[in-house]
Design a binder for this molecule. Structure first.
Ligand code: FRU
Length: 514
């Protein structure tokens, strides 16, 4: 079916064929970004999971390599985990003088029994050897009361002990492993990567009863702000009941001393959402990005466990969100720490054509982008809104993407992002975006109310990434992010920038066709 084949994303990673979920083992080594991923290579369904593998020089164009880690039999699974470079051969696994070992630490699961295993590679990730004395963290060290109370078929009712993320903690000169216990995370410490000691647990009191769901895929890393060089961000995925329904990602800001994580008073004692859309999950960040680069880069699975097994894609199922660079800042409106997110700069090297508008009035009912066609593109647009518009109840401005041509009378398709100044809210609507009926859980309408900064300053900036099956929205330099899948017809290539209720001046709008 030609229509389905056309959902293959252009600049987002998807496996050549078959099932994919979480990104795993994100590590940079010897000029290559590695992306391992939860993969079932024999079906479009999530069965016993393997680690698939892809490499890239720039995080945008990927080459898929053979399976990195297969499970030992048809009922075991190699679940999520991390990878890193063992620069000083702490593990003792190094074989070649000039090549550092890559270490993978992941969850081995069988009949619901989850434990942490290790594997290593001495050939730049091409082949892997499982450590002979696995597990490095056996199941019995966990609190068996933390069972899952979820409807995720993959994980049924078993104690949760999974998704280890390992990093080197310079301050205490030790390796730290953070892993999910379902309703909390656990921190372990090691000198040799093989023997681990439990240091602390965190989160039971923050595991919110208003968002029940299992915590998965934790990540912990240090960030700098202008005021403070030692702030730690703990990222957690929650597999249901998140901000947009189903799976979503939270973060907490605090300190970490090698033993325990403590929330910072400027983190408002609460969790924040990393992305407000329905399709951003299980994100983790890269290990071993060179110091001269110093970016904190995240990749996530662009999907949702609610309906993600039934996407109407052809020979594969699953795709990654655009790699994002994260920054921490103090938000003066809430006097709290926030993460901002931007697509990695490498994406912009793929620009094929640029169409720009400057200081132009958009008249009510007209469409500034009327004559532009595109399937895969980035829009950056900035408004300096007049204060009067915030008192107008019927005023709005917005965009439409993957819109069917006006000549198609009987078939109307489009995805809409609207901003209503009166209540300072962004509305996302994918109800007319194409295929929406493949699963009853595929909700189509979402909104985000922005904080008062936009009211006060009138500044509103959009960055919108459109690909064959997705829209990613970044507002005000990535202060808010929103990710959603769409399944439009390939021929729906029109777009719109519109206003209603008032004429609105645009500072600029750049359309980069990719
Ligand atoms: C998150 C997750 C992880 C688990 C993996 C299994 O999406 O449920 O917790 O390790 O997927 O594929």
């Amino acid at each position: 079916n030609i229509r389905y084949l056309n959902y293959r994303p252009l600049y987002h990673f998807s496996p050549d064929t078959m099932w994919m979920n979480d990104p795993n083992g994100l590590v940079y080594y010897d000029q290559e970004y590695h992306l391992f991923f939860q993969h079932y290579p024999y079906d479009k369904k999530a069965m016993n999971i393997h680690w698939g593998h892809a490499v890239s020089k720039d995080l945008i164009t990927w080459t898929q390599l053979p399976i990195a880690l297969p499970p030992e039999d048809a009922v075991a699974g190699i679940w999520s985990g991390s990878a890193f470079v063992d620069w000083n051969n702490a593990s003792g696994f190094q074989k070649n003088h000039n090549t550092k070992p890559l270490i993978a630490i992941y969850t081995h699961q069988k009949h619901g029994h989850q434990e942490q295993h290790m594997a290593y590679s001495n050939d730049r990730g091409r082949t892997w050897t499982k450590y002979v004395n696995n597990p490095i963290l056996p199941m019995h060290s966990i609190d068996s009361k933390s069972t899952e109370e979820n409807d995720n078929i993959l994980t049924l009712v078993h104690p949760v002990f999974r998704d280890p993320k390992v990093f080197y903690h310079y301050e205490t000169e030790s390796w730290i492993l953070v892993v999910s216990g379902g309703t909390h995370v656990k921190f372990y410490r090691s000198d040799n990567l093989v023997n681990w000691k439990l240091m602390s647990e965190w989160g039971k009191e923050h595991y919110s009863k208003t968002h029940p769901g299992v915590w998965e895929c934790p990540d912990l890393f240090k960030m700098e702000t202008e005021q403070d060089k030692n702030v730690w961000v703990l990222i957690i995925s929650i597999n249901r009941n998140s901000v947009s329904g189903g799976s979503g990602m939270q973060y907490f800001v605090g300190t970490f001393d090698g033993v325990q994580f403590t929330l910072n008073s400027k983190s408002l004692n609460t969790s924040l959402w990393l992305d407000y859309g329905p399709d951003y999950y299980a994100g983790i960040t890269y290990s071993d990005i060179p110091h001269y680069d110093n970016r904190r880069i995240m990749i996530s699975w662009m999907n949702n466990w609610l309906y993600g097994r039934d996407l109407p894609t052809s020979v594969w199922c699953g795709q990654m969100g655009i790699p994002r660079s994260l920054k921490l800042y103090i938000d003066h409106y809430t006097n709290s720490y926030r993460l901002s997110q931007q697509p990695v700069i490498e994406l912009y090297h793929y620009q094929r054509k640029l169409i720009s508008f400057h200081r132009q009035m958009i008249h009510q009912g007209s469409n500034l982008l009327e004559n532009i066609l595109g399937v895969t593109y980035i829009i950056t647009a900035s408004f300096n809104l007049n204060t009067s518009i915030f008192n107008c109840q019927t005023c709005e401005l917005g965009f439409q993407f993957r819109k069917s041509s006006e000549n198609m009378k009987e078939y109307k398709e489009y995805t809409t992002i609207r901003y209503v100044p009166y209540n300072n809210t962004i509305y996302f609507d994918r109800s007319q975006s194409g295929e929406t009926r493949f699963h009853s859980g595929f909700r189509t309408n979402y909104n985000i109310t922005l904080d008062d900064e936009v009211f006060d300053k009138g500044l509103l900036k959009f960055q919108i990434l459109v690909d064959r099956l997705s829209v990613e929205l970044f507002i005000n330099d990535g202060k808010y992010a929103f990710t959603a899948l769409i399944f439009p017809d390939f021929n729906s290539q029109n777009m719109a920038l519109f206003t209603n209720g008032a004429d609105v001046m645009i500072d600029y709008a750049d359309i980069l066709l990719l």
